[in-house]
Design a protein around this ligand. Structure first.
Ligand SMILES: *Cc1c(COP(=O)(O)O)cnc(C)c1O
Ligand code: SF4
Length: 350
């Protein structure tokens, strides 16, 4: 039985990190949005005028990976629209509690790939750090929704020995900050982290995978831009799945990331009813290019327990890619990939 109830995401618990300095007003704003996020399907349902049956269905999904949708993101949803592509990404459905063959708790075998606490390394030269379990949103399709976040280092003090070990490894030249969402950590902690990383002799690049700029754009603070500027060759991978997520406020924050010298890429997940239409994917790529964001990957769904209702068939995925190819220039076409454990890279499908 799929049981999202066992997750220890700690996603709505503030990261257990010591405050490292006085908080700036802008950092308080994004933390305030976490506090004010919708956690109860009844409240979000009332706000968006959703039918009672839909709310009752959501309430059957219990456990740690509960509804978590912050106001700036909810504000982009269309009231009354039960299949709003933003809503579907966060709305719990009773489908999640049904078991499906081929869908498991650790579909990409993160567990066996941990080389140090919190460090997943599958590919040459790149080490991925699970910095925190906290996120700006709970995405129902999340492949790490069952990840044992309580076992990763929880403060800079615990990260230091891990970083020291990585620093002596000549073969690792790119750090990928992931989670959860690494930008759930405070600027003060990230700054100390960045200062350490900047001194690691073999690290050429640091990549940040985050949904914050899309979900709660207020996260792009001056402090954060200062952190990014300290990192060698900063790459920020935003995770937008639909053009409607990229409103003017988000666009402004992306411009700040670009001005700070970041390479900004987008990674999307192909999701049934959210973005599995040709026009939707084309609009997403068009909007990304308009914002100077490179469409990097379109991921096939990782077959995580609780996420089967988002699955899109390979046939349909290829049909969509052919369609995109016929309509967009090469630089606007994301690569369709799948995370297949045991390979030296993601598998390129198209
Ligand atoms: C996806 C992933 C990466 C990044 O792969 P790229 O092809 O470089 O984007 C790195 N490490 C792990 C463990 C991953 O799952
Ligand atoms: S997909 Fe990313 S942002 Fe969404 S819940 Fe999972 S780790 Fe967090």
């Amino acid at each position: 039985m799929t049981n999202p109830g066992n997750v220890t995401t700690g996603l709505d618990t503030p990261p257990d990190l010591k405050p490292l300095g006085p908080e700036s007003p802008s950092s308080m704003r994004w933390q305030e949005e976490l506090r004010l996020a919708y956690r109860d399907p009844r409240e979000l349902g009332a706000k968006l005028h959703l039918p009672e049956t839909m709310i009752r269905d959501a309430l059957t999904v219990e456990g740690g990976f509960h509804l978590f949708a912050p106001r700036p993101y909810v504000g982009r949803m269309e009231p009354g629209r039960v299949d709003d592509p933003l809503l579907l990404q966060v709305w719990p459905q009773s489908h999640e509690t049904q078991e499906r063959e081929g869908f498991s708790r650790d579909p990409v075998l993160d567990g066996p790939s941990q080389r140090l606490p919190g460090v997943i390394q599958k590919y040459e030269g790149r080490a991925l750090l699970v910095m925190t379990g906290a996120c700006a949103v709970h995405c129902r399709y999340c492949f790490r929704r069952h990840f044992p976040y309580s076992e990763v280092p929880h403060s800079l003090r615990h990260w230091l020995p891990v970083l020291e070990e990585l620093a002596s490894d000549r073969s690792v030249h790119e750090l990928i900050l992931s989670g959860g969402d690494p930008l759930s950590l405070r600027d003060e902690m990230l700054l100390e982290f960045a200062e350490f990383v900047a001194r690691m002799p073999y690290i050429r690049r640091v990549r940040v995978h985050t949904r914050w700029p899309v979900v709660i754009p207020e996260r792009v603070t001056k402090g954060l831009l200062g952190v990014l500027a300290k990192l060698p060759q900063p790459v920020v991978v935003i995770h937008a799945n639909h053009a409607r997520e990229l409103d003017e406020n988000v666009a402004d924050q992306i411009r700040k990331l670009l001005q700070a010298g970041c390479l900004v890429l987008n990674q999307a997940v192909l999701l049934r009813r959210v973005n599995d239409e040709l026009d939707t994917l084309v609009a997403l790529s068009e909007r990304l290019i308009e914002l100077r964001v490179v469409p990097y990957y379109l991921n096939e769904l990782d077959r995580v327990a609780g996420g089967w209702h988002f699955d899109v068939s390979r046939t349909r995925a290829l049909e969509l890619m052919e369609g995109i190819q016929a309509r967009l220039p090469g630089y606007a076409i994301p690569r369709l990939v799948r995370d297949e454990p045991g390979r030296p890279s993601k598998r390129w499908i198209f």
